[in-house]
Design a protein around this ligand. Structure first.
Ligand SMILES: *Cc1c(COP(=O)(O)O)cnc(C)c1O
Length: 386
């Protein structure tokens, strides 16, 4: 491949990805390198602002002081610290499941769990908008992958009827989709998985901590805890830390310990990360006011946009604004950046052709005045011709 030409072509199509280093303060404020004013950061998944919460910092420091920097080995070697089991027990309780298992990251979790569950003679039914890590896990499994139209349960049932086969079948969806900010029809997925004898795996990456009376996610909020076979999620988003988990029956977790290669062949998470995650899980269980504060900000931003005739899509803290054209989306994001607003331009292939968008995510780092000012800025930029 001619890499230089490839990069040029990506650039011309408005598809080139590049890195933008920022400096992050202990208060969570982000600044461009050498910049004075903090950016209004709408591209963070730190929804509840926990990454800088004193209790997470203290929990992290405590475990660091107690147990040092690295776990030293994988869990099945000598890296299986009591701290990991402590966190797994808390996560199992948060998710209302018998047991839980930690992974290095959500990406690793999906790449390890899916191939552990299904293989060559099996089939996976996967929502078309599922995250890249789910897609990659499906490919690694070598199972037949059948993708159903996003949230289209009639299409899924049609495919279950024609393609279910007699092997193991796994249905995978996200409870909250990161590019559209919408939910899956969880109750219907449960009906279908029971009707067709499938396993159901739900990725709660964007929902854990943010939904449910105890922050257990959308599965908890919708009262379907016992109905989902595997609930996975990350500590890297609303939980403000790093790493990931899957919660399931004891038997399922014992199976994954023996089968999930990204668990078996990777160094265990380090103590400082476990300390932060543990504090986060406890915090979200004990402080529903974090969730109501976020809901208030989300409503405020939606209203601020609507007052300016901009209708964000989605029903959550993820509020994408469709622009359409790739280059224009990038240009609008760049103009916002100049004015101190950090928002990600999401383009194909991450989203379908012609649906490039600005993905605003609202976090507790942003105050109502930031939300109003940003809505006003966006409206005036969109009103310009280009
Ligand atoms: C972010 C994300 C992941 C990956 O989690 P990391 O811990 O960041 O690796 C997996 N699934 C979904 C749906 C995500 O949004």
């Amino acid at each position: 491949m001619d890499r230089l030409n490839w990069l040029r072509a990506q650039h011309e199509q408005g598809r080139l990805r590049d890195l933008t280093p920022v400096q992050r303060g202990a208060d969570g404020q982000v600044r461009l390198v050498g910049g004075d004013d903090p950016l209004r950061d709408f591209s963070s998944n730190d929804y509840l602002g926990l990454s800088v919460h004193p209790q997470l910092v203290a929990g992290s420091r405590d475990f660091l002081d107690r147990s040092g920097c690295g776990a030293g080995a994988s869990r099945l070697m000598s890296g299986d610290l009591d701290l990991h089991h402590l966190l797994e027990a808390e996560v199992a309780a948060l998710k209302g499941q018998e047991a839980a298992l930690l992974f290095g990251s959500g990406y690793q979790a999906n790449c390890g769990i899916i191939p552990a569950l299904v293989g060559r003679s099996d089939v996976i039914f996967s929502d078309r908008l599922n995250h890249a890590s789910i897609h990659d896990g499906c490919l690694l499994s070598r199972a037949r992958v059948v993708r159903f139209r996003h949230n289209d349960m009639e299409h899924l049932e049609e495919l279950l009827q024609s393609r279910r086969g007699s092997g193991e079948a796994l249905i995978i969806a996200e409870s909250l989709y990161s590019m559209d900010g919408d939910r899956c029809p969880l109750a219907d997925l449960v009906i279908l998985k029971n009707r067709y004898g499938c396993l159901l795996m739900i990725d709660e990456a964007h929902a854990t901590g943010v939904y449910g009376a105890h922050g257990g996610g959308i599965i908890e909020e919708e009262g379907l805890t016992g109905e989902v076979d595997l609930a996975m999620g990350t500590f890297g988003k609303a939980l403000g830390s790093y790493g990931a988990y899957v919660a399931a029956s004891r038997e399922m977790i014992d199976f994954l310990v023996n089968r999930a290669r990204s668990f078996i062949y990777s160094t265990a998470l380090p103590p400082a990360v476990i300390g932060a995650s543990l504090a986060a899980v406890r915090l979200v269980r004990e402080q529903p006011e974090l969730r109501s504060a976020l809901a208030t900000r989300v409503t405020a931003f939606r209203q601020a946009l609507r007052r300016r005739a901009i209708e964000p899509i989605g029903v959550s803290q993820i509020m994408p604004v469709l622009v359409g054209d790739n280059a224009r989306t990038v240009a609008v994001a760049a103009r916002l950046r100049q004015q101190g607003v950090f928002v990600t331009a999401v383009r194909p292939p991450t989203v379908p052709e012609g649906t490039a968008r600005l993905r605003f995510s609202v976090t507790l780092h942003l105050e109502e005045k930031d939300l109003n000012a940003t809505a006003a800025m966006l409206a005036s930029i969109l009103a310009e011709k280009t």
